[in-house]
Design a protein around this ligand. Structure first.
Ligand SMILES: Nc1ncnc2c1ncn2[C@@H]1O[C@H](COP(=O)(O)OP(=O)(O)OP(=O)(O)O)[C@@H](O)[C@H]1O
Ligand SMILES: [Zn+2]
Length: 653
């Protein structure tokens, strides 16, 4: 191991390396490289955690894994392979999610340093919080294609992973998807929802039938619409799509005619929708019979070519039959999971999306293009991972030497920077955002939400867990004894289906949310809003100042040169009056998330203490002002980037 030869690394650093204890989170593309680097550099005490098993698609770049390892635990195989480089190293492997409540503050506090090598924002946010709470430095890293970066996060010194507002996942209003698609992606989202309605985990928010509650349809819901009873949510009351499809034994012709003829006619009857739009053209299965003769059997052509409507209908029929077969083999109550790499599931989505596109006069796409959009695919490049992992370890050296002020974020870029370099680094340390809803002294957000319609369950699952990244929240209504949500199983189940207003959660109220595992408390001020047609279900505003009237806002800005601090959830939208720093792909300076569509974003179901309690063996979280670290005063503003990232499409699976 060259690194242990005298003269390669300073003696002092070599000693620190030997004495340190490192946690690597994730044993994928970056994680394998990081582990190998650590072992070759002389680190002796390492723990590695990954929840996944090895997939054949990992083998081209996760070189600690070989064919015979497919199906085995990534963390365990990575450990065994890495020990081959240095049998004297001690490596402990966990096949588990870092978000499980097995890994609390005490667990994190054993380590000198934590190295993230993850692929999703939920886990990254969680580790960020655990490291802040534990006071352990974290090196965050990520790659997307040819871009990569490695960045130190240290409480009180640097911004945390959540200091920067993130653009919410691009989500599409339900009525656009169900009634008035205008882009290929709307049809692809609809097709994925349809897959779930028929074969997957069906979800009320993913209804594919015409939405009669569409405010734009107004009173003009036509005869056909009125003839059928719509329930209060605007869905046509009928047996569920799946139950209906089962009744007709998933017969392609019947399903096709229902979705692409009857439902389209139904939409046409909502005349208001088509006053300024091109109306859709319903198509009957029978009209296509005999037209699908030019069958494409060659798989490459089939993938690259834009199929005709009749060819798509044929693929639709074949894929439904194949999916029906897999589905009926499952035990009662079980379901299929959509996977871009499953031939029939992908065929089904491509065919349905293109059939719907044709009906709405939207350009059709090749299967390849549909797959990229539906699966949010960005190629993983082995060399970017390797370079980034190298920089992770270089950052780790900086931490061990306690030269934090030199640990500026490092970037790997495809294009040459202004200095003619592919590798660049920031020249200033970005200090914590004083309004960050995670690392600020008193984290707070404003939640604009329709209190009359949003339920407590939605507050917990969509807002607190999905958007605000808590794992197992407890919520009380400030100034009252009302426990709105308890993490203790069953304790507040009776509240789940209640609308917020029924628990007196109305405009102006403050909720206190507490996550025991993350040792995180958040104050949430509620603002009631009546959502419009194109509006997200809720909006989270990280910087309450952005809601102040203009003069007040200006004076507040003078007082505090705050960075943008709005965050948004998957169904929410962000707004903060300032240009948000993008946090996703191709970012100039931000952590890259090649994430969200990954299957590994599982949230650990934990049961913790009831609301308010946060003691029992867990040290109370220290906040920024507790730190004695010097905080750089200079705020980097050049980090704002262009809007091209807006094209990134991230979809729920
Ligand atoms: N909560 C979590 N706890 C532990 N490990 C996690 C968690 N979430 C994600 N991971 C792991 O982080 C790793 C990220 O690696 P990477 O981005 O290379 O993903 P991959 O699944 O190996 O590859 P690809 O997504 O490109 O097919 C994965 O091995 C994944 O299982
Ligand atoms: Zn922060």
């Amino acid at each position: 191991m060259a690194a242990q030869l005298d003269g390669v690394l300073e003696k002092d650093l070599q000693e620190k390396i030997k004495k340190s204890k490192i946690l690597v989170v994730g044993a994928g593309g970056i994680g394998c490289e990081v582990l190998k680097n650590l072992v070759l550099t002389g680190f002796l005490d390492i723990e590695i955690i990954d929840l996944d098993t090895i997939d054949v698609s990992n083998l081209n770049r996760q070189f600690l894994f070989h064919k015979e390892h497919v199906g085995k635990s990534k963390a365990k195989v990575a450990r065994d392979s890495a020990l081959g480089f240095n049998p004297n190293a001690k490596i402990k492997a966990y096949h588990d999610s870092i978000m499980s409540n097995n890994y609390g503050v005490n667990f994190f506090q054993q380590f000198t340093l934590v190295l993230n090598a993850l692929d999703n924002r939920a886990a990254r946010n969680h580790v960020n919080r655990m490291c802040l709470t534990s006071g352990i430095p974290l090196i965050e890293s990520g790659t997307a294609g040819y871009n990569g970066q490695a960045e130190l996060i240290k409480r009180g010194l640097t911004q945390c992973y959540e200091c920067k507002p993130v653009p919410g996942q691009k989500s599409y209003p339900g009525c656009t998807i169900r009634n008035t698609p205008s882009e290929p992606i709307h049809c692809i989202v609809w097709a994925k929802h349809l897959f779930n309605q028929l074969f997957g985990e069906s979800n009320d928010d993913e209804d594919v039938s015409p939405d009669t509650a569409d405010p734009e349809a107004g009173a003009e819901v036509g005869e056909a619409a009125l003839a059928k009873d719509a329930n209060e949510k605007g869905n046509v009351d009928r047996v569920s799509t799946r139950a209906w499809a089962k009744q007709c034994d998933f017969e392609p012709e019947k399903i096709y005619n229902k979705l692409f003829f009857e439902d389209i006619n139904y939409l046409l009857s909502m005349a208001n929708l088509w006053k300024s739009r091109t109306p859709p053209k319903p198509i009957k299965w029978e009209s296509l019979v005999g037209e699908g003769e030019e069958e494409v059997t060659d798989s490459v052509t089939r993938d690259q070519k834009v199929l005709t409507h009749a060819q798509s209908a044929k693929v639709f029929g074949e894929s439904i039959k194949a999916l029906r077969e897999s589905f009926t083999k499952l035990p009662e109550g079980d379901h299929l999971v959509w996977d871009k790499d499953d031939k029939h599931a992908m065929d089904f989505v491509a065919a349905c999306a293109n059939i719907r596109a044709e009906i709405f006069g939207i350009p059709r796409k090749s299967r390849f293009d549909v797959k990229s959009m539906a699966g949010n695919i960005i190629p993983a490049i082995a060399t970017t991972n390797a370079m980034t992992a190298g920089f992770v370890v270089i950052q780790a050296f900086g931490v061990l030497k306690e030269q934090y002020e030199k640990c500026f974020p490092i970037y790997v870029r495809l294009k040459l920077s202004g200095n003619n370099q592919f590798i660049t680094r920031d020249k200033v340390m970005i200090p914590p955002n004083p309004k960050c809803y995670v690392c600020a002294a008193k984290p707070e957000v404003v939640l604009k939400v329709d209190t009359k319609n949003v339920t407590v369950r939605e507050l917990r699952d969509d807002i607190l867990i999905k958007a605000l990244n808590m794992v197992s929240p407890d919520v009380t209504l400030d100034g009252t004894s009302t426990i709105v949500i308890s993490s203790e199983e069953g304790e507040t189940d009776c509240n789940d289906d209640k609308k917020l207003v029924e628990l007196n959660i109305v405009d102006g109220c403050v909720l206190k949310a507490d996550d025991f595992l993350q040792n995180y408390e958040l104050s949430i001020t509620i603002l009631h809003k009546d959502p419009g047609r194109e509006e997200a279900a809720f909006e989270i505003i990280g910087d309450p100042d952005s809601l102040k009237p203009k003069e007040e806002e200006q004076s507040a800005e003078k007082k505090d040169d705050a960075q943008p601090s709005t965050s948004s959830g998957q169904n929410g939208s962000s707004s903060n009056g300032k240009k948000a720093r993008h946090d996703d792909l191709q970012s100039e300076v931000c952590i890259i998330h090649d994430d969200e569509e990954m299957p590994s974003t599982s949230k650990a179901g934990t049961s913790g203490a009831t609301a308010g309690s946060s003691s029992s063996g867990v040290e109370k979280r220290k906040h920024v002002e507790d730190s004695d670290e010097p905080v750089s005063k200079k705020v980097k503003v050049s980090s704002e980037q262009d809007d091209s990232d807006d094209d990134l499409i991230i979809m729920d699976d």
